[in-house]
Design a protein. Structure first.
Length: 485
C-alpha cells in the first residue's frame, strides 16, 4: 500500500477528480503506465502514444479493479474514439497532460518520503555503478533501485512511485540527452547523494561538447537536499574541476590519478575476464579518524572501470554508515546483467554481451576488456548514435583503436560503421581481419548460414552497439543454448 490517497493524487496532478464508486480518502496500491501491471486498488495513467493509446485500456483496468484512472481525454471523447461505453468507467482524474501529471505526482510523493535517495548520473557506467551502490547498501538497508533502463523522465517518476514504507533507501539512475532534462529529474528525485561517474562523449548531437555534457549533468545539483553529499570520479578531468557546490565540497573516488581522492583503488590485480582484486585505501583523512586505512575487495566484473565503480560504491556506503566488511561483501555480490558486459559460454566460445548501448568511450573500454582474453578476439561493433557532427570521425577512431590494440577480427555493422571499417582497414596488420555489413539483417543472415565459419575455433566475442541497433537479436542467434559464464 502506498501512503497516497485518491484526493492527494488529484491535487498533486492539478486534475479534476470525478468519483464513481471510490472514496477520495482511499489509499492506492500502485501507480503504473502499463495496463497489464494494474493491481486491485491501483492507479493507471492513460497516455496517448504513437502506436497505442492508453485510453483504449480504460475499460480493462477498471475490470481489473483499478481504483483510479488518470487521463487526458473525457469519457465522451474516449467513447467516440474507442467505442467504450461511458458506464464502464470508474473514478477518474482528468488532466491536461498525463505524462506531466506523472512527474507532478512523483514530485509530490517524493516530498512525503523520509528516506535518503542516491541519484546517479554520468556518461558511462551509470547502470553498473547503480548495481554496485544498491548491492552494497543492501547489506544494511532495504533498498529500491530502477528497474532496467527506467532512468528517464518516465522511468524515474515510476521508480519513485514504487518506494514503500519498508524501504530504507533508494538508488535512482538518472539519464539525459539534452539540457533541462536533469533539472526536471532532480526536481522529482531531490537526491541526498549526488553521484557522477564521468563526462564522456555521448549525446553530443544536443550537448555539443564535453563541457556541455558537464553543464547538463550538473543540473543534478539544482535540487540536491540541503544536507546532501556529492560523490565524484576524481580521475575524470572534467569532474575534478568541481571544487564546491552550494558551499559543499565533493567527495572523490578513483585510482588516485588526482589529489584529493578519499577512496583510492590500489594494488589492482586483473583476473582477466573474470574480474579484479584490489585494495581500497582511504586517503586525505585526519589522523584522529577511527576508520581503517584500507580493505581488500573482489570484483567479479572485468575491467579497471569496474574497480572504479566499486570504489564509488564504497565511498557512498561509508557516507551512509556501512562497515568495511559490509562494503566488501556487497561489492563481491555484484553480477553483470544482460546487455551490460554479461559473459556467456557458447560451446568453445565466450561472448561478452555489451549490446545495451554504446558511445566511443564505452566502446573503446569494451575493446580493452576484450583484450583481456587469452583466446582469439573478435569484436562485432555496430553504429553509435547521437554523436553529432563528429560521428564519422568517432566511428573511424574506434576502428583504428581496435586495430592498434590488437583485436584479431573486427566486424562492423551499420551505415555509420562504414567509417569504422574503412579506418580499420588502413591500420590492420598481420593476420588481423576486418569485415563490413551495411545492416544487422545482412549480418544476421550470414550468421544463420553458419556463424562458426566467420570465427576462429575458440574466440572471445564482444557484441556492442547503440540501443537502436537492437544487437540483442544477434545475442539470440549466438546463444540458442546459452550458459552464463
Amino acid at each position: 500500500m502506498m501512503n497516497l490517497t485518491i484526493s492527494e493524487i488529484a491535487n498533486a496532478c492539478h486534475g479534476r477528480l470525478v468519483l464513481q464508486g471510490a472514496d477520495e480518502n482511499q489509499k492506492v496500491t500502485s501507480v503504473v503506465l502499463d495496463s497489464r501491471k494494474v493491481t486491485e486498488g491501483g492507479v493507471f495513467l492513460a497516455t496517448p502514444g504513437e502506436r497505442v493509446d492508453g485510453h483504449s485500456f480504460i475499460q480493462a483496468v477498471f475490470e481489473q479493479k483499478a481504483a483510479l484512472v488518470i487521463c487526458q481525454k473525457t469519457p465522451e471523447e474516449v467513447a467516440a474514439e474507442q467505442g467504450i461505453p461511458q458506464d464502464h468507467w470508474g473514478s477518474y482524474c482528468l488532466v491536461e497532460n498525463t505524462l506531466d501529471a506523472l512527474k507532478e505526482l512523483a514530485e509530490y510523493y517524493r516530498g512525503k518520503l523520509d528516506i535518503p535517495i542516491v541519484g546517479i548520473t554520468g556518461s558511462v557506467g551509470k547502470t553498473s555503478t547503480k548495481e554496485f551502490i544498491a548491492t552494497v547498501l543492501a547489506q544494511k538497508y532495504q533498498v529500491l533501485k530502477n528497474e532496467g533502463n527506467f532512468n528517464n523522465e518516465i522511468g524515474v517518476p515510476l521508480t519513485l512511485l514504487r518506494i514503500r514504507e519498508e524501504h530504507d533507501a533508494a538508488v535512482v539512475e538518472m539519464g539525459i540527452s539534452d539540457f533541462g532534462e536533469m533539472h526536471r529529474l532532480s526536481k522529482m528525485v531531490r537526491p541526498n547523494y549526488c553521484v557522477m561517474t564521468n563526462i564522456g562523449q555521448c549525446h553530443l548531437e544536443n550537448l555539443k561538447t564535453r563541457d556541455g555534457i558537464l553543464q547538463a549533468k550538473s543540473e543534478i545539483f539544482d535540487f540536491m537536499a540541503e544536507d546532501g553529499e556529492i560523490i565524484l570520479n576524481g580521475d575524470d578531468d572534467k569532474l575534478s574541476t568541481i571544487q564546491e557546490v552550494n558551499g559543499k565540497k565533493p567527495h572523490y573516488f578513483g585510482l588516485g590519478l588526482n589529489d584529493g581522492e578519499e577512496i583510492v583503488a590500489k594494488a589492482v590485480i586483473s583476473k582477466g575476464l573474470w574480474g579484479s582484486e584490489a585494495i581500497l585505501v582511504r586517503e586525505n583523512r585526519r589522523e584522529d579518524e577511527q576508520k581503517s586505512r584500507g580493505f581488500q575487495i573482489s570484483v567479479s566484473l572485468p575491467g579497471a572501470h569496474m574497480v572504479i565503480n566499486a570504489a564509488c560504491a564504497a565511498l557512498v556506503g561509508e557516507l551512509m554508515g556501512l562497515e568495511d566488511q559490509e562494503i566488501a561483501r556487497g561489492i563481491a555480490e555484484v553480477r553483470a546483467s544482460a546487455g551490460r558486459g554479461r559473459l556467456l559460454r557458447v560451446g568453445s566460445y565466450t561472448l561478452i554481451d555489451d549490446c545495451y548501448n554504446a558511445n566511443p568511450v564505452s566502446t573503446m573500454a569494451a575493446l580493452d576488456l576484450l583484450m583481456l582474453s587469452d583466446t582469439e578476439r573478435t569484436a562485432i561493433l555496430g553504429d553509435m548514435f547521437e554523436l553529432g557532427g563528429d560521428s564519422d570521425q568517432m566511428h573511424a577512431k574506434v576502428g583504428r583503436y581496435a586495430m592498434e590494440i590488437g583485436v584479431d577480427r573486427l566486424i562492423c555493422v551499420g551505415k555509420n560503421s562504414l567509417h569504422m571499417y574503412e579506418e580499420a582497414c588502413k591500420y590492420r596488420s598481420g593476420t588481423q581481419s576486418v569485415m563490413y555489413f551495411e545492416t544487422k539483417e545482412e549480418f544476421a543472415k550470414e550468421l544463420d548460414g553458419g556463424w562458426y565459419g566467420l570465427l576462429g575455433i575458440a574466440d572471445t566475442i564482444l557484441i556492442k552497439a547503440s540501443r537502436g541497433m537492437h544487437f540483442e537479436d544477434l545475442i539470440q542467434i549466438f546463444t540458442q543454448e546459452e550458459k552464463p559464464a
